[in-house]
Design a protein around this ligand. Structure first.
Ligand SMILES: *Cc1c(COP(=O)(O)O)cnc(C)c1O
Length: 386
């Protein structure tokens, strides 16, 4: 089934709700049964039949079916945040005494989970440069149970070769998780290369309107059943039916939104590349990107997120440049309709984010749906201020 057909129709049982074209929000915590035996029989199918909304809710199930199909996996689970989905996937994959190999510079709170929190449960983690498959091979210990990937990452966009890493992992009996938030299911499907669990922050492209925090995990039925019966139901980081409905609404336009962002971003980067005050641009589909070939092999596009270092003499100049941009909001996240910027130099004073190894000159940009010429003119006038 093609993506837009999945998005428009899969998982929608319109006859069940008065042929309403748009599914209703099932704002109910509980679902009742015809008889005790009906209850008894349905409790055996807790991942299929609505019983209690911490487990299964029909609005969420419609979303779940679509997401699994878009990621080409057997099933999926929807969470109240991307971090909730990632934590459930990781915690399901390891136990005390195990070892994890994780790529350098994962998303900040993924780094906290793996680098700080898991040691409490006697799980050891090695952070490696994931650009080379040899680094994965060399980091493997007898107790290695998990490879954690993020390709590309969401600040400097280093890639891992999904096929090579999945092949190595399968040979050694190691599970693989990949954070696919940067590409969305439209531009990359890690399961096609043999990755076991695919995670997303749905707060980014999938929601697409900067109004929902949510997460997604996609995997085989076996893995999803295990995570459902353990981490999902015990930790309870679920999405509300109302937020699931907003994600369904966002999903309808996901392919055209990410394509629009990609096309504008390519034009903007093309202009930036020849600007004398630009030192370096990071974007996987840029001709000068060191892993361009791999990017083109496993990704179908890039979307609107890139970062660059500019020729500034001080943090003050970086701040002046950022503050001078009129069409960018200064905020975290990305994937919505509005252009955003986030400078690394804002991280250094914070307790939770100051571990960064990134240059103070680095600024991350997300290009929304503004016309490319408006963005270019905005960059042009801001460069003139420094
Ligand atoms: C935002 C983000 C997350 C965390 O998702 P939340 O929905 O904010 O919990 C995880 N990974 C990446 C790459 C992200 O950008």
């Amino acid at each position: 089934m093609d993506n837009q057909n999945i998005i428009n129709h899969l998982g929608e049982n319109r006859a069940d709700y008065e042929n309403s074209v748009v599914p209703p929000i099932y704002q109910s915590s509980i679902f009742c049964f015809d008889s005790v035996d009906d209850l008894r029989q349905n409790l055996k199918r807790e991942l299929e039949v609505p019983f209690y909304t911490r487990g299964v809710n029909p609005t969420v199930t419609t979303l779940r079916r679509k997401i699994a199909a878009l990621e080409k996996t057997e099933d999926a689970l929807i969470f109240g945040s991307g971090s909730g989905a990632i934590a459930a996937a990781v915690m399901n994959s390891v136990q005390a005494g195990d070892h994890v190999v994780c790529v350098q510079k994962p998303y900040s709170w993924t780094g906290k989970l793996l680098g700080n929190y898991l040691s409490k449960y006697k799980v050891e983690v090695s952070f490696i440069d994931g650009k080379s498959i040899d680094n994965f091979e060399n980091a493997i210990q007898p107790n290695t149970k998990l490879f954690y990937l993020e390709t590309p990452n969401s600040v400097t966009f280093e890639l891992q070769d999904l096929r090579a890493v999945a092949e190595l992992a399968k040979k050694k009996g190691i599970r693989t998780i990949c954070d696919n938030s940067y590409s969305s299911p439209i531009y990359q499907n890690p399961s096609e290369y043999g990755i076991d669990i695919v995670c997303h922050s749905a707060s980014k492209y999938i929601g697409g309107h900067s109004d929902v925090v949510a997460g997604i995990l996609c995997a085989s039925s076996e893995v999803v059943n295990s995570i459902f019966a353990n981490e999902f139901m015990t930790i309870g980081s679920i999405i509300s039916p109302n937020d699931a409905w907003l994600l369904l609404r966002g999903l309808r336009t996901l392919p055209m939104r990410i394509k629009q962002s990609h096309e504008t971003t390519v034009k903007v980067i093309d202009w930036l590349s020849s600007h004398p005050k630009v030192e370096k641009i990071n974007y996987p589909f840029l001709e000068s990107f060191p892993q361009l070939e791999l990017a083109k092999k496993q990704m179908r596009g890039c979307g609107g997120l890139f970062s660059m270092e500019i020729n500034a003499n001080s943090i003050e100049e970086i701040e002046t440049f950022c503050n001078s941009l009129n069409h960018f909001l200064i905020a975290c996240s990305w994937g919505g309709y509005e252009s955003l910027l986030f400078p690394t130099c804002a991280l250094f004073d914070s307790a939770n984010y100051n571990q960064t190894a990134l240059s103070w000159k680095l600024i991350r940009f997300y290009i929304g749906f503004e016309d490319h010429q408006i963005i270019i003119d905005d960059f042009s006038q801001a460069f003139n201020k420094i």
